[in-house]
Design a protein around this ligand. Sequence first.
Ligand SMILES: [Zn+2]
Length: 512
Amino acid sequence: MTQVNKALTAFQVPIIDVTTDEAIFEGEGWDAVVVIATSLAEIKQDEVSLLAAHASQIDFRVGKSATLLFAPGLAGGRLIISPVTDSDNEYSDVRIFAKAAREGIAIAKAAGATKPLLVVPSVTDNRFANAEQVAALACGQELWQPLEARESKSLQPSLTAIGLLNTATHSLLLNAAESGRVLARDLCGTEPERMSAIGFAQYCVDAFADSGLAVSVVDQVEQLKAQYPLLSAVGRSSFDVARHHPRVVKLEYVGEGPITKTLFFAGKGVVYDTGGADIKVAGSMAGMSRDKGGAAAVAGLMKALSILKPKGIKVIAELGLVRNSIGSDAFVTDEIITSHAGVRVRIGNTDAEGRLVLADLLSHLRLQAQTAVNPQLFSVATLTGHVVRAYGGYPALVENSAAKKQGVAATLAEVGQLWGEPFEVSRLRPEDFDKIADKNGAADVVSSNNGPSSITARGHQYPAAFLIKASGLTETELAFTHIDIAGSAVEGDPLYGKPTASPLVALLQFSN
Ligand SMILES: [Zn+2]
């Protein structure tokens, strides 16, 4: 086993299903009870609710904010009550349980617990149907630490396991999802030399060793240039530096039994984005090692699928890994480059590089999709500042007419809403296609306007029109949905905040 694989598996806190209420007591193997509840009245275990009720008489914070109570007789003597707030608000969604779980698990860890038991009383409100699972997944997000810190300091996870008191079996799904999320966070969040295109590809190869997935890496310069011409234009000045060369990673999952659905994912993996010749100025380049969140999320999804092994589906992914460098050989605006699909693309702005990478990947996937069973194509990318301007931290779904007829975005949005990864659905309009017409007719399409997307009207919708045209999807009836995750790939501070692996959980549930 490689060093990477050890780091990966070693850094996951496993979730264990616990089916008996006895587990809340001392001596049952757990060392803290963490209750995530909308009110103290929801707590089912008498010993816990009695303690909480008494404590709330001398400390009015109990039941209102996350608190640790001294609890003799309970696991580890620690009872943490982390209230779920705002459940009465009709606009709230299941993420209120995630928030409470993160506060509760952070207190358990700080208090010295290593094996806490999570208790999430069920509620009848359908919006919160997956509250237990979402709460457990949120603990993984809270506990993850950056790969660089783990590797340099030999960090181990602060907890050995998290118990989830429930009546169902969630651990298979949750551990598979979290394995994928650890991989995705590592790939997205790591600095650009450790996670160069070559480093990213190798990390994937190691992570998928013995996974049962078919994995291949396109690493020959001439092959990249011939088969991924737009991607290679983005990477043109990186070819001068051997360690910065681009890569394309191909992954394929085939479930057991007759295949009834085939999903195709293109992931944007711009491992560093200087903007290219349209260079990012005034400090706006910082954080651009995170421009690979789409490829990272897709890799994580494939990892989760490889563990969960859903039957009857096939999932094929291409990850475009490239550094958008600047140098004397950098591609520039006005150039016309022929895409893999044979579409002549005028470069409108070298900082709109993600759509170029995706167009070639989608063109390759298109060829496979044409003979696949019930195919649906997706692109996942930190694509535009506009989506952040339009929707804040929510990712956008932009689908073509074939996907709309199948209700792809509506279904995915519904799934995301119930699993704590909500989307906004945007609609493609004729103007989006008008916008990518080359004004003097020298090229078939122009890749973008020359202003920042955040001040461009329809700045996150029209790139989907470009993707459809430049990848050759216009010539097909294939369903295609573009997912712009620029606002959700990282939480909080975009420069230094934790990568989220969004929208891995929603895609995993959608795939299943
Ligand atoms: Zn860019």
